[in-house]
Design a binder for this molecule. Structure first.
Ligand code: NDP
Length: 242
């Protein structure tokens, strides 16, 4: 069975990615942190579209928890292989740097950057042995451009971009590709507190993006059609920044 693991698959962009990858024929492992109701909704949507999937709860920011959960999944699924990993789970906790608490810095770095290391480390070796693998990291325009009020988030996403480029060079020979997708403003819970009416005026396409639009790009990068793309950061932002 070919499997795809999507972190933060319970809501927003991750949910759309789960549904889209399941339509590409993957058995989708839907990771979530605490919102089991929304995670079950994602799974229900996958199944009602004729796909298959399962839930796997863990906190991506906790290396021990990640290792335990993925090890136990592997032990119960010896015949299966996770060939697509989407590192999507993320949080933002905005504050101006001069007033930023240590905890706000650490939470955002742990959830958005250290998570990449914890989760990818558990799966990269099997991908290399299998001589096929796709790692897709959801980063952000903030990690490319830097955003005021988001020094923590911008640093974390920029860190993942650097890691994407470095890891791509380590594993390219084994037919494993590592890419990042950098969305601009996408309509999800994460942006629900933002003033879309005002902000859309900054966007050449004059609207926020949809989670499904990001999911289509993930599906392309996961597919064999994207075999020669690696170490890239692809923006999807309605023309907001170049
Ligand atoms: P949402 O807030 O809508 O969803 C976040 C998802 O991440 C949820 O499924 C949540 O799980 C999960 N999650 C959060 N913390 C953890 C954790 N510690 N362990 C496991 N899962 C966790 O976010 P979006 O869908 O908007 O964002 C998805 C990704 O896209 C993030 O990396 C974000 O930084 C990035 N992004 C989003 C943009 C946007 O405009 N929306 C723009 C640029 C980048 P649970 O439901 O259990 O809480």
């Amino acid at each position: 069975m070919k499997c795809a693991l999507v972190t933060g698959g319970s809501r927003g962009i991750g949910k759309a990615i789960c549904v889209r990858l399941s339509a590409s024929g993957y058995h989708v492992i839907v990771n979530y942190h605490s919102n089991i109701t929304e995670a079950e909704n994602t799974l229900e949507l996958i199944r009602s579209n004729g796909g298959s999937g399962e839930l796997l709860q863990f906190d991506v920011a906790n290396g021990v928890e990640v290792e335990k959960a993925i090890d136990s999944w592997k032990a119960n699924n010896k015949e299966s292989i996770i060939e697509v990993l989407v590192n999507n789970a993320g949080i933002r906790q905005d504050a101006l740097m001069m007033w930023m608490e240590d905890s706000t810095w650490n939470n955002v770095l742990n959830t958005n950057l250290n998570s990449f290391f914890y989760v990818t480390k558990q799966l990269i070796k099997e991908m290399m042995v299998n001589k096929f693998g796709r790692v897709i990291n959801i980063v952000s325009l903030s990690g490319i451009k830097g955003m005021p009020g988001q020094v923590n988030y911008s640093a974390a996403k920029a860190g993942v971009i650097g890691a994407t480029k470095a890891l791509a060079q380590e594993v390219g020979k084994k037919n494993v590709t590592i890419n990042a997708i950098a969305p601009g403003f996408i309509k999800t819970d994460m942006t629900a507190d933002m003033n879309e009416k005002e902000l859309k005026n900054l966007i050449p396409m004059n609207r926020f993006g949809e989670a499904e639009e990001v999911a289509d790009l993930v599906a392309f990068l996961a597919s064999k059609k994207a075999s020669y793309i690696t170490g890239e950061v692809i923006s999807i932002n309605g023309g907001l920044y170049t």
